[in-house]
Design a protein around this ligand. Structure first.
Ligand SMILES: [Zn+2]
Length: 103
């Protein structure tokens, strides 16, 4: 749990905001309320294939015994994207929280 979000209004419209596109990848997540704090965490954040929406899995590319690259691939349609082309998870969460403020 990296970040949390304060309740902004009684309707909590941001709770319906659970999917968005960043870096050409579809991200889906859940909002989890933190007991007795009035705050929400982004959790269960997953990357999904932009073509078929399947969950992307991670693959390490080895050279000799060293990991030289990481990529995300779709087990369904074989879409691939290098990990370095996607922003880090804490940045994605920051973007989600920022966009949630305007919901
Ligand atoms: Zn796919």
């Amino acid at each position: 749990m990296i970040a949390c979000y304060f309740k902004k209004n009684p309707e909590n419209k941001f709770l319906n905001y659970t999917e968005d596109k960043f870096d050409n990848i579809i991200f889906r997540w859940e909002w989890k309320d933190i007991y007795k704090t009035g705050k929400y965490d982004v959790y269960d954040l997953h990357k999904h294939c932009p073509k078929c929406k399947c969950i992307l899995n991670q693959k390490k590319i080895h050279l000799a015994r060293a990991v030289i690259a990481m990529l995300w691939y779709c087990p369904d349609c074989e879409y691939k994207i290098p990990d370095i082309k996607i922003q880090k998870e804490h940045d994605i969460i920051a973007l989600i929280l920022h966009r949630a403020e305007n919901k």
